[in-house]
Design a protein around this ligand. Structure first.
Ligand code: APR
Length: 234
């Protein structure tokens, strides 16, 4: 049966109303990465970092999944082979759109992490810097987000999935950040058909055999209907 592995980036949540990172008015035009998305930034000013993620958590809670999120959930429910969603996003729109078992390789806004003992617990809507860890009591709560310079989560299982993929799709990611930007090449090596969904060619666009240009809410919905029809007919 056909295994489908899907990588998503900020572009899949754009039509829900969440900012992407590298658009002209994106998050990295408004904030310095080193200030809000590195361990050093957190050590230097934990309140700035915690407040940055509090704002993103509030924004994510106030928007809804779009047709692209829902299409991927439909694919997972109706396709008779395995469907794996690996997301770089930290919002919960895939889950709220109906996807199960989403792999958040960059962490999730819904998670809190203890910088002292690595304990994890559900994040409050508004985290305060210096919140106490419920396990060890250290005043070291941080957002459970993978920052630059830190290792993404579940790398071994991510690469296992890529090595087993028959179809690899990347949706709404600029291909600027590794290891995710290298996934298409990895899937091709395993013999997967690779397809990119974006408004424009990404930085690793040449790694894809197929391109579907346009807003994900349209292109992904059309693709899922095709795949369900074509693949399940075999
Ligand atoms: N439909 C499809 N693609 C879209 C849409 C849309 N409606 N809107 C934007 N895009 C595309 C853009 O063309 C761009 O290629 O989504 C991509 C967003 O790119 P980035 O802002 O770089 O976001 P992403 O690729 O997810 O960033 C990867 O970088 O900063 C780190 O940890 C952060 O997870 C993030 C990682």
């Amino acid at each position: 049966m056909t295994k489908i592995v899907i990588l998503t980036g900020a572009g899949i949540s754009a039509e829900s109303g969440l900012e992407t990172f590298r658009a002209e008015d994106g998050l990295w035009a408004q904030h310095r990465v080193e200030d809000v998305a590195t361990p050093e930034g957190f050590a230097a000013n934990p309140k700035l970092v915690v407040d940055f993620y509090n704002a993103r958590r509030a924004q994510a809670a106030n928007v809804d999944p779009n047709a692209a999120h829902r299409a991927l959930a439909r694919l997972e429910q109706q396709h008779d082979g395995e469907v794996i969603v690996i997301t770089q996003n930290v919002d919960d729109l895939h889950e709220r759109g109906g996807s199960q078992g989403v792999m958040h390789m960059h962490g999730a806004l819904k998670g809190a992490l203890c910088a002292a003992c690595d304990h994890r617990w559900p994040a409050p809507m508004v985290m305060a810097s210096g919140d106490a860890c419920p396990a060890c009591g250290a005043l070291a709560a941080r957002p459970d987000i993978v920052w630059f310079g830190e290792m993404p989560y579940d790398m071994d299982s991510l690469f296992d999935h890529l090595s087993e993929a028959d179809i690899f799709a990347a949706i709404g990611t600029s291909g600027n950040v590794y290891p995710a930007a290298g996934f298409a090449a990895e899937a091709r090596r395993a013999g997967a058909h690779t397809i990119e969904f974006n408004l424009e060619r990404s930085a690793v666009g040449s790694q894809f055999a197929e391109h579907r240009q346009g807003p994900a809410s349209l292109t992904v919905s059309v693709w899922v209907d095709e795949v369900l029809g074509k693949v399940n007919r075999d």
